[in-house]
Write a protein that binds this ligand. Structure first.
Ligand code: SAM
Length: 375
């Protein structure tokens, strides 16, 4: 798909035409990935964040302007899970609940040294057959290699926006070029990349730098293709209490979910085999403008292939407050699974093989990535 065509579709607001776009995306999904839907688990093990540290730069405590976890947000209750608790939760999720892919996510928290993380990964892999993704921000190539050697196979690491000026404005001391360098490094080591943009991002200084444009979203799609991203994570911007953007742009509460659905469908057309999760941010916006079930259904119909469910212990989950409504739409794991599974069935989808039962992953699955046994 050419950039101009992508931009044309992003500008489209005729519901009938958009229906055509979503139908095209769905038929590509069905042809290349069948109707299988995966449910992935995410363990948010620490909400400490020294955000904005680029490699070789000093720690910057202010962090990303959009994020509620930024170091400068002193109103947030901070927590860290103990390594043994991370291991036992991951092993339980894999062996008892049947998750085949788990993401271990945190703010940029160097309390967890690379050595500590490698021990956690090795122990989980020793006790369970599960595909492990990490989402821990920027580290060095040597660190990434150690994490790979320990058995992690995927990295969830968004580039946030392909607009260089907007990126720099949102990440004090950070450069898009540096973020992309890290993504390429991860790819070279062999990690499966889960990446993408946040959508509908306001600029902190709109008089100098425009808000995210539709043209730059088209570039985001092309960038995901160029990076050979296997999972496109497309989340709407949602205002976060305690973030700098909530002060600088208080009028922007959240992005229009339609832009996320259009971008999902266009990403499906541009990168047919890509996996697309219905992100928790999309669910949060969906819940505030209508219903969570409706937005999940619409996401599947726009080409999504997976759901992300937070496995973070109930007493900690509400403190992982990236944005307003984060993790509050999910009341508890069991209820959330049941709702997602009912929805997938009602859409005629099949759960990714093995989910809900004991794991039966083979070496090949780890090599080919994600939990795609029957895709
Ligand atoms: N520290 C890791 C990193 O740097 O990639 C992962 C954690 S980070 C908090 C996870 C993602 O949350 C970010 O990549 C960003 O896209 C998303 N996020 C943060 N604040 C958000 C907001 N206000 N609205 C929507 N998504 C947000």
């Amino acid at each position: 798909m050419e950039r101009a065509e992508i931009v044309r579709w992003l500008k489209e607001d005729d519901p009938e035409k958009l229906q055509e776009l979503y139908s095209m995306a769905c038929s590509v999904k069905r042809r290349v990935l069948k109707d299988t839907v995966c449910v992935h688990g995410i363990i948010e093990f620490s909400n400490y964040c020294f955000g904005g540290r680029g490699s070789g730069e000093k720690y910057r405590n202010d962090g990303c302007l959009y994020c509620g976890l930024r170091g400068g947000n002193s109103n947030l209750v901070r927590y860290r899970m103990r390594p043994e608790d991370i291991v036992s939760l991951a092993v339980y999720a894999a062996n008892e609940l049947g998750f085949k892919m788990l993401v271990l996510q945190s703010g940029i928290d160097f309390y967890y040294s690379t050595e500590m993380l490698t021990e956690i990964i090795k122990e989980i892999r020793r006790q369970a057959k599960v595909l492990l993704f990490l989402s821990i921000g920027e580290r060095t190539r040597i660190d990434y290699q150690k994490l790979w050697d320990a058995g992690a196979r995927g990295m969830l690491f968004r580039f946030e926006t392909s607009d260089t000026l907007l990126y720099a404005a949102l990440h004090p001391g950070g450069k898009l070029e540096n973020r992309l360098k890290h993504l390429r490094m991860m790819k070279e080591i062999g990690f499966i990349l889960a990446s993408g943009p946040m959508l509908g991002i306001p600029s902190p200084w709109p008089e100098k730098i425009p808000d995210q444009t539709l043209e730059s979203i088209a570039d985001d799609i092309l960038l995901m293709k160029e990076l050979d991203v296997k999972m496109a994570t497309l989340g709407p911007y949602v205002q976060a209490t305690g973030s700098l953007l909530s002060i600088l742009r208080p009028e922007v509460k959240y992005a229009d979910p339609e832009i996320v659905l259009k971008t999902s469908a266009l990403t499906r057309l541009a990168i047919p085999r890509v996996r697309i999760p219905c992100t928790t941010a999309l669910e949060a916006v969906g819940a505030s403008v209508g219903s969570i079930t409706l937005i999940r259904r619409r996401a599947l119909r726009a080409g999504a292939t997976a759901f992300m469910t937070s496995l973070t212990p109930d007493n900690l989950r509400r403190h992982y407050a990236l944005y307003q409504g984060k993790n509050s739409v999910q009341k508890n794991h069991d209820q959330s699974f049941a709702e997602v599974i009912d929805l997938i069935k009602s859409e005629g989808g099949k759960l990714c093989g093995g989910f809900g039962g004991k794991n039966d992953l083979t070496k090949k699955d780890f090599g080919e990535g994600l939990c795609a046994v029957d895709h």
